[in-house]
Write a protein that binds this ligand. Structure first.
Ligand code: NAD
Length: 416
């Protein structure tokens, strides 16, 4: 039993795939743990004149298919096991969309809501001074994740370039567009997820134009999903949305743009005119066509899985569903688009950003959307075909696709 330790969950998921694939013992062992990890402290001069010391991690999980790649999360409850799990999932994510990168992840234990912009900048630069020499376009490439932003990526790139003495835009992705960011990176995670919903709906014969949907976690991924769902699928009704303070619902529909404005102005979805309140837990159990878990891990568990009524759960968040819950949802017929497939649009456009940085030639927004659609549709098909062939639940099918690809790279390199 994995409990709710995200890394134990990630290992349990891998174990199931390894068994189904008949993976040899050495490869299984190699893929079960991070290749390398860094633990460090970052002293930061606070505005008050005192110094605070923050704890940070960077995990380079596996680089058989290419340099490790993965976001940086700034969260007060960050733990090394969360970072390890996220780094493992990045490995499977880059493999499922078949881009030449491995998986990594980083985190700093902090509450960014309590930090001024100056303190955030000093923390970002301190992170690079602590671990920058282990990063780089051919080594390990960070990006934004929960509570980190393009501005934070810009400070990090600047500090890295000062340290190295020349330009290195591809050492980090999710940068602002004027300094090497890609068109289309901002909404890429949600866009990739909605492309998968479109493909899943075709397979399930679901009429998406009239579909209802609910979003847990109205942040970067969740807000873009709110607008892109209707834009890409040609309609739909957003019936509920939530953030860390709670949720709002309206059966006849919440206006996504107005809700985004309300969140920007007040800091929360709570109090949105014309809505009633709903808890984060109850939101997950609503009878909707599409549920987008878009907050944090471990929210759909053995306790509530039997009550989930959505037809499709598109996991924009990493790790929202525990292995026990996966089995219950599969038996109930809830169609899961597993996290590392559903939210792979972000890393895919991050990869496009690196490609553009290397060429020093930048693509149009249409080019990015077209290439992303192709990558996501191909990845969805690979997982769908595996699911049909192996008759397993979707997450296991996605694991089987990714683990096969990473294991092949390990073998070709002569590691196992
Ligand atoms: P974000 O910080 O922009 O948004 C997170 C949102 O979740 C916020 O609105 C916050 O209020 C809300 N939240 C926090 N705790 C909550 C709780 N207990 N219940 C309900 N809501 C809660 O972060 P994001 O970038 O949108 O990331 C969200 C998820 O998507 C994470 O799991 C992240 O790893 C994953 N993800 C993001 C990207 C990306 O490109 N942004 C890419 C891949 C995966």
């Amino acid at each position: 039993m994995s409990g709710l330790n995200p890394f134990a969950i990630a290992q349990e998921q891998l174990d199931e795939a390894a068994e189904r694939l008949g993976l040899d013992k050495a490869t299984h062992e190699l893929l079960r743990s991070p290749m390398r990890e860094y633990h460090f402290t970052i002293p930061v001069k606070m505005d008050s004149g005192t110094t605070r010391v923050f704890k940070g991690y960077r995990v380079q999980y596996n680089n058989a298919r290419g340099p490790t790649k993965g976001g940086l999360r700034w969260h007060p409850e960050e733990t090394v096991d969360t970072v390890r799990a996220l780094a493992a999932w990045m490995t499977w994510k880059t493999a499922v969309v078949d881009i030449p990168l491995g998986g990594g992840k980083g985190g700093i234990v902090c509450n960014p809501k309590e930090l001024s912009d100056g303190e955030k900048e000093r923390l970002a630069r301190g992170f690079i001074r602590a671990v920058g020499r282990e990063l780089g376009v051919h080594r390990d490439v960070p990006a934004p994740d929960v509570y980190t932003t393009p501005q934070i990526m810009a400070w990090m790139m600047d500090e890295y370039e000062v340290m190295m003495g020349h330009s290195h835009p591809g050492m980090i992705t999710g940068k602002p567009i004027p300094i090497g960011g890609s068109q289309g990176r901002g909404d890429a995670t949600a866009r990739g997820g909605v492309y998968c919903v479109r493909e899943a709906a075709k397979k399930l014969g679901l009429n998406v134009e009239n579909a209802s949907y609910a979003i847990q976690g109205f942040g970067n991924a969740g807000q873009f999903a709110a607008t892109l769902h209707a834009e890409i699928l040609g309609g739909g009704t957003l019936v509920a949305a939530s953030d860390s303070r709670g949720g709002v619902m309206c059966k006849t529909g919440l206006d996504p743009d107005a809700l985004i404005r309300h969140k920007r102005e007040t800091g929360s979805v709570i109090g949105f005119p014309g809505s009633s309140e709903i808890s984060n837990e109850d939101l997950l159990e609503l009878e909707v066509d599409v549920l987008y878990p878009s907050a944090l891990e471990g929210v759909i568990t053995v306790k509530n899985a039997a009550n989930i009524k959505a037809k499709i759960s598109c996991e924009l968040a990493n790790g929202p569903t525990t292995p026990e819950a996966d089995k219950i949802l599969f038996e109930k017929g809830v169609y899961i688009i597993p996290d590392f497939l559903a939210n792979a649009g972000g890393v895919t456009v991050s990869y496009f950003e690196q490609v553009q940085n290397t060429y020093n030639y930048y693509w149009s927004l249409e080019d990015v959307h077209q290439q992303l659609d192709r990558k996501m549709t191909d990845a969805f098909s690979a997982v769908y075909d595996m699911q049909q062939k192996a008759k397993v639940h979707n997450r296991l099918a996605a694991y089987m696709v990714s683990v096969t690809r990473v294991a092949e790279a390990c073998k070709l390199r002569g590691w196992v």
